[in-house]
Write a protein that binds this ligand. Structure first.
Ligand code: APR
Length: 221
């Protein structure tokens, strides 16, 4: 899943109409260089993202994915989203390629701090005095290797691959359809807009995620 999955819950996308990167330059808010230059500014931006995310609720599509995972335990969820919406809908073991808004880490001590329910950060600094940074893969960051290995493993083994609400321009997710196809999977894209990858899919649904998932998996409702 990508930002379009959460868009239906009211969380803004990154590149579409009203996308976050039209309003905020990622160079000032979503990279390690910006964090080193002005940590408080970057933390403010992410705190705002948390406050906004908490105003939104998972939609029927998230709930169907949770129901799918409950019924078929070999369903894997791989998301580029950092808003924790799948978990709020009750999904388990979500592979979060780009990290999570709800975790902070101290790079000096290698500690992680999780807080799933508060918009405001409980602490902006570690007890060692270092600023905590959101545990997110920012622009120019390396992805977490074990997360990518996990995602690659489940996608290369799957027999049904559904891409929901991503523009498919950011790697490695941009290559996941091809990985799934190579493993013999049937590939479905759900996105109201055409993407650069649309032509690679076996089936394309040009409607919002909740609507399509409700139709495809109506027996789970
Ligand atoms: N249902 C399905 N798809 C939708 C919906 C909806 N209701 N609404 C919008 N979309 C689609 C848009 O058409 C667009 O193709 O969601 C896609 C969102 O694309 P992006 O904003 O580019 O988001 P994403 O692909 O998740 O971005 C990948 O880029 O900025 C980084 O780290 C950030 O995780 C993000 C990554």
């Amino acid at each position: 899943t990508g930002a379009g999955m959460s868009a239906e819950s009211g969380v803004p996308t990154y590149r579409g109409r009203g996308g976050i990167w039209h309003e905020y330059k990622w160079e000032n808010y979503a990279c390690q260089t910006a964090f080193i230059r002005n940590p408080a500014h970057v933390i403010d931006f992410h705190e705002l993202r948390r406050i906004e995310a908490l105003k939104c609720e998972p939609h029927v599509g998230h709930k169907i994915i949770t129901a799918l995972q409950t019924k078929y335990s070999n369903t894997s969820i791989v998301t580029q989203n950092i808003d924790g919406m799948h978990q709020r809908a009750g999904s388990q073991e979500v592979i979060e390629l780009h990290g999570s808004l709800w975790r902070m880490r101290c790079d000096k001590e290698g500690k992680l701090f999780e807080n799933l329910s508060q918009g405001k950060y409980a602490n902006r600094k570690c007890s060692c005095g270092e600023f905590l940074r959101p545990d997110i893969i920012w622009f120019e960051d390396q992805l977490n290797e074990s997360t990518v290995v996990n995602a690659t493993h489940v996608i290369s083994q799957c027999d049904l691959f559904i891409s929901i609400g991503t523009s498919g321009v950011v790697w490695p997710a941009a290559g996941f359809q091809q990985l799934a196809k190579k493993g013999g999977a049937h590939c479905i894209e759900i996105n109201p807009e055409k993407t650069e990858l649309s032509y690679l899919f076996d089936d394309v649904h040009r409607e919002p995620a909740g609507q399509v998932l409700s139709r495809l998996f109506d027996s789970l409702l």
